[in-house]
Design a protein around this ligand. Structure first.
Ligand code: AMP
Length: 543
């Protein structure tokens, strides 16, 4: 072997912020702050404050390897925690405040969090379970002195004010050079079945992921961007964007707690955002606001949507009415970005309708993400867009084992079973058919719940729809459609079934449609089918 003669460097997450501070020092991070008002800070200043935080962390006694929680909105302080904690060799553990109290208790104890950095909005979430968190030594409230109240201090555990901690420190800090295999961040899966499981990302993962996600056919990032980061920093490592946007010197626009349609629209307009990302349920809030107020978002070019399947009506709606490209992506906490849809040259020749069908697919893997579909015996299935099977992934951006798990999460050849079922077409576009557990098995035939839901929301009066396999005397399972109507609308069952029958075979049509007022959502904003199943599993039998 003749070794290459280039320099080596172990990259650490803090190198990203250092680069942004040096070369894009004035580029802003803009936050709709928890305290009210818009807060602006350049990367250079944010880096200085992160160095102050590093000194403060050491003064608090935080050691390398400690798991330190954050329960916070997307804000500049949360960004400082991401970089400061991983920079000193500790592990930034993002906690999802929307989880049930027993899940939060489980996660904090499992990770043995010593401190939690918490926004004022979420102090009560921690206070509710505080007596069940034996490893917790203190809370750092992410605000200034003026917004600290006596109640906070009486919570029964040492409480520190974030800004006071920083004020006491200088911005001189020498970052340790960490082995790139060192863990930098921790995020738990939403745990729709069983306990949540921890995914422990390394510095190397985060650097590799950032470079790939800046790629043209992923988030296509550059210093020209003003990126509205709607996806919470606690969902699947914030899809990597709190790292990849600063890496290229893009402006980060952080909505804080203001996630309603008007606030998002105003922020897009004032900060001239050209990109944003969220799960479909949140994007529905934005597009509904635009539709009902007859607004346009001329600065916006690209919207990245993932986390659950994006209906064609949404992709079409943004493109036709707002001239915005929707890029549909698939990923999971265990991989962060997995695939992204993109425009390939062959699509130039397609009709609008044909192109939309391709754009609805979850997309193609970027470099480094191996992907295959297999049958129940593990045999690879063809890439013909028809055969569907278990979606398996492999590569340096895929989990090896869950945090504290004794066993690998992979099969003997290193593949990770995603729990999703999908097809892959001849152009390499993967399309999720369903979660393995959500597929409807009707008399030996399989029906994709995702397909039915996506067609149903194409009805102009349907807000959101969930399709479930429920018990049936003859066919074992049959589809039942649960629908939330758009405000002020009253669609009939038959009009919804008509739309579905225009795209699906008769035997795939739901046996009935049930209207409900509010769709149950998971802590990351996806449809939560568990309570629906419990409530409706005997619906057709009883009917
Ligand atoms: P989480 O780790 O909470 O983000 O959940 C990951 C799971 O969300 C995946 O395994 C999929 O089942 C689902 N998911 C993510 N993105 C999509 C998508 N674009 N379409 C359909 N399902 C998706």
């Amino acid at each position: 072997m003749i070794p290459g003669l280039m320099q080596k460097k172990q990259f650490n997450v803090i190198d990203i912020l250092q680069h942004a501070a040096t070369w894009y020092g004035d580029v802003e991070v803009v936050t709709n702050s928890v305290e009210g008002g818009v807060h602006r800070i350049g990367y250079a200043k944010l880096y200085d404050r992160t160095s102050q935080l590093a000194n403060a962390l050491q003064r608090l006694g935080v050691n390398s390897g400690d798991r330190i929680g954050t329960m916070a909105w997307n804000t500049w302080r949360h960004l400082e925690c991401w970089y400061g904690l991983s920079g000193i060799g500790a592990i930034c553990h993002t906690l999802n405040p929307r989880l049930f109290p027993d899940q939060i208790e489980y996660i904090v104890n499992h990770a043995q969090n010593r401190f939690i950095f918490v926004d004022t909005s979420f102090i009560s979430v921690i206070a509710n379970v505080l007596d069940k968190l034996p490893t917790l030594e203190g809370l750092v409230v992410m605000t200034d002195k003026e917004n600290m109240t006596d109640d906070m201090l009486k919570i029964g555990i040492p409480v520190y004010c974030y800004e006071e901690l920083l004020e006491a420190e200088t911005s001189d800090f020498v970052w340790p050079l960490l082995d790139e295999d060192t863990a930098s961040s921790l995020c738990y899966t939403s745990g729709t079945t069983g306990n949540p499981k921890g995914v422990l990302y390394s510095h190397e993962f985060n650097l590799n992921h950032s470079m790939i996600s800046a790629h043209g056919d992923v988030f296509d990032l550059s210093a020209k961007d003003s990126f509205l980061l709607i996806v919470p920093m606690f969902h699947a490592n914030g899809w990597g964007l709190p790292l990849s946007v600063p890496m290229v010197g893009g402006k980060l626009v952080l909505p804080g707690p203001f996630m309603d349609g008007k606030s998002l629209y105003d922020f897009i307009k004032v900060e001239k955002c050209n990109k944003t990302c969220a799960v479909p349920t949140v994007m529905t809030i934005l597009i509904d606001h635009l539709d009902s107020n007859n607004l346009q978002i001329p600065s916006m070019n690209e919207i990245y949507i993932g986390g659950s399947a994006v209906p064609q009506s949404m992709i079409e709606g943004f493109e036709v009415r707002y001239n915005v490209d929707v890029n549909h992506g698939w990923g999971m906490t265990e991989t962060v970005v997995g695939t992204f849809n993109c425009h390939l040259p062959f699509m130039d020749e397609l009709s609008f309708e044909e192109r939309m069908k391709v754009r609805c697919k979850q997309g193609r893997p970027p470099f480094g993400m191996e992907m295959k579909i297999v049958d129940n015996e593990g045999n690879s299935l063809p890439h013909d867009g028809v055969a569907f099977g278990k979606l398996m992934v492999r590569g340096p951006r895929v989990i090896e084992r869950y945090y504290k798990a004794k066993e690998s999460a992979l099969d003997k050849d290193g593949w990770f079973d995603t729990g999703d079922v999908s097809t892959i077409d001849k152009y390499g576009f993967m399309q999720i058919t369903d979660r393995t557990k959500d597929i409807i098995k009707s008399g030996g035939e399989w029906i994709s719940s995702v397909d039915i839901e996506n067609t149903a929301v194409g009805h102009p009066e349907v807000q959101i729809a969930a399709c479930l396999g429920v018990k049936h005397m003859k066919w074992e399972e049959r589809p039942l459609l649960i629908v939330v109507k758009k405000e002020g609308c009253d669609p009939s069952k038959s009009s919804i079934l008509d739309i579905i029958s225009s795209e699906h075979a008769k035997w795939q049509l739901p046996d009935d449609v049930v209207f409900i007022d509010e769709m149950p959502l998971t802590a990351t904003g996806k449809i939560d089918k568990k309570p629906l199943r419990t409530k409706y599993e005997d619906f057709l039998i009883e009917g």
